[in-house]
Design a protein around this ligand. Structure first.
Ligand code: SAM
Length: 239
């Protein structure tokens, strides 16, 4: 699995929203900016600002790639539950597809609120509200949700973001879901999506069932009837 390709695809889904939110949050006036759970740098590399950028991630291998994609950023290997920075050391602290992967999202957001003046959770999904059409493709969504849980993720975290921000003492400015209008997936994206699905489901869903779904998906896509929507939430506020 090419994780950087996957993260780049996810970053494309949120590009317009990020521009809107970073403008509101005052990225152009920020002196210090941190991405928690920066991965391979798919988002960090798109930040066009003279500001010193910082990234933190648990995985050394991701940081090695991040060094290539976002060479100007200062990178730290660390755990989001215990951020190694003094209080209020960043103007903006954000995360993107991170909270579903951490064991204690409230603790992570509290840490983000401790080290940052403005906190943004840019994209966290809620697979409990996933929509798959035609109906014959619904098992795919259910399997994917189970697969995420088996990997230790919380696939439902998105809809709890506002509550998490409230509990972390952040004054919420805005929350909502990412609009999917105008997002038409290319064949390459479809293939990429399937690479993720196959990697996730392999081993616990029989390969014949996965292949059956893949064919149904392809046919529905060709007929123009395929709907795949995972409501993905954002929230931002000030500390
Ligand atoms: C889905 S990736 C998203 C990467 C990046 N934010 C992006 O959107 O391209 C989630 C990242 O969170 C990192 N991560 C997971 N748990 C973490 C933790 N406790 N502390 C720091 N990073 C963590 C993973 O290593 C991975 O790089």
């Amino acid at each position: 699995m090419n994780w950087h390709a996957r993260y780049t695809q996810q970053a494309a889904w949120t590009r317009d929203l990020r521009k809107y939110l970073f403008d509101k949050a005052g990225l152009d006036r920020a002196a210090f900016v941190l991405e928690v759970g920066c991965g391979t740098g798919a988002v960090l590399r798109e930040l066009t600002t003279p500001t010193p950028l910082h990234g933190l991630d648990l995985e050394p291998a991701s940081l090695t790639q991040c060094r290539i994609h976002a060479p100007a950023a200062s990178l730290t290997c660390g755990d989001a539950h215990f951020l190694p920075y003094p209080d209020r050391s960043f103007d903006i602290v954000y995360c993107h597809f991170l909270l579903l992967w951490v064991s204690d999202p409230l603790r992570v957001v509290r840490e983000m609120a401790r080290v940052g003046k403005t906190v943004l959770a840019l994209a966290e999904p809620d697979y409990g509200q996933r929509v798959d059409e035609p109906a014959e493709l619904k098992p795919l969504g259910e399997w994917q949700t189970q697969a995420l849980m088996r990997q230790g993720a919380n696939p439902f975290v998105g809809s709890t973001l506002a509550e998490i921000f409230f509990q972390a003492g952040i004054k919420l400015e805005e929350t909502g879901t990412i609009r999917s209008v105008g997002v038409k997936r290319s064949l390459e994206e479809w293939e990429n999506e399937w690479a993720v699905t196959q990697a996730d489901l392999g081993g616990f869903v029989p390969d014949s069932e996965i292949q059956k779904m893949r064919v149904l998906d392809e046919q529905a896509r060709t007929r123009g009837e395929r709907v795949l929507h995972v409501p993905t939430y954002f929230a931002w506020g000030k500390t």
